[in-house]
Ligand binder design. Structure first.
Ligand code: CO
Length: 214
């Protein structure tokens, strides 16, 4: 017998509640998924994608990794984006970071944690790119919160620059890429003013979003 019995109990209660609310819910959903949104977020246990935006199974396609990083050679993330854009035809890709992100904090501090340092190097690159902006924050906690925001904006740009999103826009597909940040303190999402619908507006909107943080 699994010593995780309580999780199976939780699962049965959860499924029962959903079925009571909407009989046949799981049968319907098992036939197809038709989500409008792709969520790219942090693996942090305190940032559960569906719950935050109060969406049901079937409504959100999700990719999560440490510090919500999008790298052009990460086949895992790229495959998720490709499937979401080309086959599920999601209308929105949301990169949602969060304040007090452990990954961003360790990147900022140049910590030595092991293998993960190589992954967080991408966020260190973000810090290096914006070092003048970050240097304006004399308080370290404030600097880390700013890096959390900058990290989202850079990942939005990375999403927009993928061949997948570029080609979707070229063929006129309705697709917007958004940058959000979530507050662990209050459970609220903030829009980082980077919402991109076309390849042409990317640079301008990116510059404005960075400026609004300065
Ligand atoms: Co995090």
């Amino acid at each position: 017998m699994s010593n995780l019995k309580h999780l199976f109990d939780n699962n049965r209660n959860w499924a029962k509640k959903i079925e009571e609310n909407d009989p046949g819910f799981f049968k319907k959903l098992s036939r197809q998924q038709n989500p409008e949104y792709l969520w790219i977020g942090c693996s942090d246990s305190r940032v559960p994608a569906n719950e935050i935006v109060d969406l049901l199974p079937g409504e959100l396609f999700v990719h999560r990794n440490v510090a919500n990083i999008v790298v052009h050679t990460d086949l895992n993330c790229l495959s998720v984006i490709q499937y979401a854009v080309d086959f599920l035809k999601v209308k929105h890709i949301i990169v949602c970071g969060h304040y007090s992100c452990g990954g961003v904090k360790e990147a900022f501090k140049n910590s030595r944690l092991g293998l993960i340092d190589n992954w967080l190097r991408h966020t260190q690159d973000v810090a290096q790119k914006h070092k003048l902006l970050l240097a304006k924050k004399t308080d370290q906690t404030q600097a880390i919160e700013l890096l959390c925001e900058l990290n989202v904006i850079e990942q939005v740009q990375n999403v927009c620059q993928t061949t997948i999103v570029q080609q979707a826009w070229e063929r006129g597909q309705d697709l917007t890429v958004h940058g959000w940040i979530y507050g662990l303190n209050d459970g609220l999402i903030k829009d980082l003013n980077i919402n991109i619908k076309t390849a042409e507006e990317l640079d301008t909107v990116y510059d404005l979003a960075i400026k609004s943080l300065a």
